[in-house]
Design a protein around this ligand. Structure first.
Ligand code: HEM
Length: 402
């Protein structure tokens, strides 16, 4: 095939990354699995191969320290200290206590009980959009959307509602952590935002006396044989990153998809019962998580390519979701598609703890957007939050509503 390494390099290292979907189409051509020597990683781009790897129990997550060492920019030690507290970068047995600390906050019954709160916050955010967008003025939809998942996280954790704005601001730089290769300047910005976020949580932990947040701190301080306040702050930073950036990505990508497809937006407005299917289609068509990584636990052959034990394997969900062998006419955005099962929330013991919450929030927001703003359309070119390969989330989404 054409220069696969050059194509991958354009996704990973370009200052202005290209539209990834035509690049993925080229990468899915034979053999569909590509070794990218600069990072010694194998990228798996076809749906059948990604789905088979989802069933492979020999894969392990890349733990934080290993991953930090592999990075060209290298994460500073204080960030590695936080990452050690995130289940997503821990293999069993260390993984399960960290996961069990977070999971009870996001059970199906908790999520169902949160729905009325999310609906209220969504209407509040969209009232603001209506106010600013009156008379056809262009409005950036991202800050409007960001309020919903952040207010929800703050509510779930029991943090002060007045801190929502500060936390949204802190997260905008911390999302650099998802970047595969960081420049020195980016690394400095990442370290600074991490420091501010941890300092914020340490202050809150020190001040916690009674209430939901104090209960959470007491509970998490006992996890895995005991955690220091610094370690609890690290756990909180990871949960916020996992739960906010990705959810904001889903909301922004979904709003953009509706603005680009007025026929689909009209359909959703008339048939709100399609909201859950619309969310699945957004996850498929423009997944907020484009790539998930593992280490090969054994030497394996994928689509005829031998992947040696210990190698990094990148499951390129953004590509798998556009594979015509799995989804006919894959580039078409169609909320009535049936049988859509996005890979976006990962797999195995690491399958996303917040997937039901993220789905519910997105169903509420996308249905309300379609109902309240039938003339929603783009008013400029959306920009990405960070030039990331892993996470696809918008920084700005200029729209008109009237
Ligand atoms: C659209 C939104 C979201 C997407 C696409 C997403 C995606 C993912 C993915 C891909 C993983 C890693 C799975 C793996 O390695 O196989 C993950 C793990 C995780 N997610 Fe999410 N996530 C989202 C929202 C949330 C929310 C709202 C929360 C919590 C509030 C959350 C909490 C977590 C946690 C704690 C983990 C680590 C689980 C573990 O390692 O056991 N996520 N998520």
């Amino acid at each position: 095939m054409a220069d696969a390494v050059g194509l991958i390099r354009s996704l990973l290292l370009a200052r202005t990354p290209p539209d990834p979907y035509p690049v993925y189409e080229a990468l899915r051509a034979d053999p569909g699995v590509h070794h990218f020597a600069p990072l010694d990683a194998y990228l798996v781009t076809r749906h059948a191969d990604c789905a088979a790897l989802h069933r492979d129990r020999s894969l392990r997550v890349i733990n934080g320290v290993q991953q930090g060492r592999r990075r060209v920019g290298q994460w500073p030690p204080e960030i590695l200290a936080s990452i050690e507290q995130w289940p997503v970068y821990r293999n069993p047995p260390g993984h399960s206590a960290l996961r069990q600390a977070a999971a009870p906050y996001f059970t199906p019954s908790r999520v169902a009980a949160l729905r009325a709160f999310v609906e209220r916050e969504c209407e509040r955010a969209l009232d603001e959009l209506a106010r600013h967008g009156r008379d056809g003025t262009a409005v950036d939809l991202v800050p409007v959307l960001a309020a919903v998942p952040m207010r929800t996280m703050v509510h779930v954790l029991g943090l002060p509602a007045a801190d929502v704005g500060t936390l949204v601001e802190l997260m905008s730089e911390f999302s650099l952590l998802f970047e595969v290769v960081l420049s020195q300047a980016q690394n400095r910005r990442l370290a600074a935002s991490h420091g501010r976020l941890v300092a914020y949580y340490l202050d809150r932990i020190a001040a916690a006396r009674t209430g939901r947040f104090a209960d959470l701190v007491a509970h998490w301080s006992d996890v895995g044989g005991g955690k220091s306040p610094r370690q609890v702050a690290g756990m909180l930073a990871g949960l916020m990153l996992a739960g906010f950036e990705t959810s904001l990505g889903l909301l922004g990508n979904g709003a953009r998809a509706l603005a680009l497809h007025p026929d689909q937006a009209r359909l959703l407005a008339h048939r709100p019962e399609l909201a859950e299917a619309a969310v699945e289609e957004v996850l498929r068509w423009d997944s907020p998580v484009q790539v998930n990584t593992r280490l090969a636990g054994r030497t394996m052959a994928v689509a005829g390519t031998v992947i040696p034990e210990g190698a990094v394997v990148g499951l390129v969900y953004g590509s798998a979701h556009r594979d015509p062998d799995r989804y006919p006419d894959p580039d078409r955005f169609d909320i009535t598609r049936t049988g859509v099962r996005p890979l976006s929330f990962g797999f195995g013991v690491h399958h996303c703890v917040g997937s039901q919450l993220a789905r519910m929030e997105a169903a509420v927001v996308l249905a309300a957007l379609a109902r309240r703003f039938p003339r929603l359309r783009l008013a400029g070119t959306p920009t990405l939050r960070q030039p990331c390969f892993t996470i696809r989330a918008l920084q700005a989404l200029p729209v008109r509503t009237a």
